[in-house]
Each structure stands twice: as structure tokens, then as C-alpha cells.
Design a protein. Sequence first.
Length: 388
Amino acid sequence: MTTTTSDIAQTDAPPGRPGPVVALAAGIAILVTSEFLPAGVLPLMAHDLGITEGTAGLAVAATAIAGAATAPSIAMIFPRMDRRTLLVALLVTSAVANLAVAVAPGFLVLLFGRLVLGAALAGYWSFAFAVGTYASPGRDHVISTSIALGVTVATIVGLPLGSLLADGPGWRWGFAVATVLSLVSAAALSRALPPVPAHPGAGLAMMRRALRNPRLVAGVALVVVVVLGNFVAYPFIRIAIAETSPGSGMWMLALWGFGGLVGNLAAGRFAHRLRAVVTVAPLLLAAGLVTTLLAGSTPVMALAMVVWGIGMNMIPVGTQLWVTRAEPERTESALALQVTAFQVAITIGAALGGAVLDQYGIGHVLVIGAGAAVVAAAGFAAIRLPRD
């Protein structure tokens, strides 16, 4: 009989406590803020480094490239390492990466820092859910929602703050603050979490068995499509906002984050209807992108940001629970594949979006994103899950 992560949690874990879950969510908030800081400071970063805005978008793509390679392989590299120690080490690594960006004299050093950050983020995200269910057994949807809430906090607070700092003392200050917060988060996580043993079957064999599940593989492919739909446009969100509402970038990003909070909580609330969640979320994303394209006034742009935020932030919660439902025996590998899908999509999306932006403008970028989201919605609607 195969032993699952949930089985371990139910037999060996200490009673559920809120502290570990909060610490895990805080860690992901810092990491995601770090990943998407360039989206809030893109024009100033590009000007300072002497590159085009499309090229600067590769600062997001580089992080995702490293993450795509790291997520499925980190369990193979550290199959027996205590997961608390591993997560703390990854947060310290993110601090080093952010420091490199903060002091980068040119684009190559910045690119190196972003690659290191990608490895830290993907590794942390791959293990956070399983670690959370170990610390708080029997609360899978709460863990998933809490981790995604960290992402939402990053968009509500982190990105507008980075934008504010960029407009004030300079874009590098956002990465300097992220360096300090990464170290603080590492210390907090070390204190809050109990030791977390590695999954007994972790490694290459588990991943191979997970990849033989056609439902899981199809779902992971759809995750790539819908996340690409968002990230072909998201790195250039301030450019889209400036088309209609110049000077309102910080507040529009905050509205996007508010929508993200609503979407995050809604996905957790309706987690028992996963097929509906993963179908509706891409449709809302598409609606937000189309509304952004058509917005002719600041109020309409504000509505677009909220809808875009709701749709996109339902997706991490919904798909995280979706892959664990599709592959309940090998959740660690299933989650690693979900993270890989996110990072591959961010890589392709940011690169494609940058190329289209430089050649055709922001309108074409938004249309491509909306089209991809609609395709993903149709795909998820067609797949039945066990107990669905």
C-alpha cells in the first residue's frame, strides 16, 4: 500500500496549530513579492539599466525558467532532507538573490539574481502544501487557501509598495526590503515549524508514477495554458493601466490585489466544487483582460483590475487542490508538477508578451492572454475528477 503525505500527517504530526500555517504563508508572500517586483517597477528598471521594457520583462521570465527546472528536481536532489530545514534554506537563498538584484550594476547580474530566486521560490512552493498538512492535518483546503493568501498579500501590499518605492527613493529599494524580509521570514519559519520528515517515497520513482496518470498530465498542461494567459500580460500591467489611467498605477495594483483576496477566499470556499472553480476562474481572467483592453475610463479600468485579480487568484488555490485530487497517492510529485507548470507558463508568457509588446503593443498582449484563458476553461470543464 502506498503511503501518502496525508497519511503521514494523520499518524505522526503534532496537533494542528495556526503558527506554522501563518509562517508558511508569510514565506510564500515574500517570495512571490520578490518574483513579481519587476512588474511594479518595470519602466524605471528598464530606463536605469538601458534596456527596452520588453527585455526588462525577462527579469520575470528568468525567475520562472529556474523555477521550472527546480520544482520537479528538488525532491530528487534532497529526497531525505528534513523539509523544515530545506524551506528555511530556500528563504535564505531568496535573500541572497534579492540582494544581488538590489546592487546589480547591470542586466547580467540582475538576471543571475532572478535565476537564483526562481530556484528558491519553486522549491519552497513545491513543499509548502505538504509541510502545512503535516503541521495541521486534515485541513487541506485551509492550507491551500492560506498559501495562496500569501500570494494575494504580495499583490495587495508588496507590489504597490514596490511601485511606491520606485517612484520615491528608487526601484532597487524594493529588492533591498525583500532581502531583509526573507531573512526575517526564515527565522520565523524555523521557530514555528516542527521538524518535518521527507515523504518516504520521495524521489525519481514517485515522479515517474505520477507522470503515468493521464488525468494529472492533462490538468498540468491546462495549468500551463491558463497561467500563460495571465503572464503574457501581467508583467506589463502598468503599461496597460497607463493607457487609460496614467498616474494611478499603485492604486490599480492595489485593486488587483483586492480582487485577488476575493478570488483566493472564493476558491477555498467552493473547494468542494473543484471543476466549477477551475472552469470559472479562467473565464473571469479572460473577462478581466478584455475589460482592461476596452476600458475607456478610470472606473472601468478599476473594474477590470478587480475582475482580473479575482480570476487569476482563484487559479493557484483551485489547481493546487485539483492536482492533489487527481493524484492523491503522490501529492508531493503532483504539486511539483503544478509548480513547474506555473513557472513554464510564466517563462513563455513573459517572453511572448515582451516580444508582442515591442512589436504590436499592449492590445495584442491582452487579446492573446484572454484567448489562452478561454481555452483552459474549456479544457478543465471537460475533465472529471474522482468524487466530482
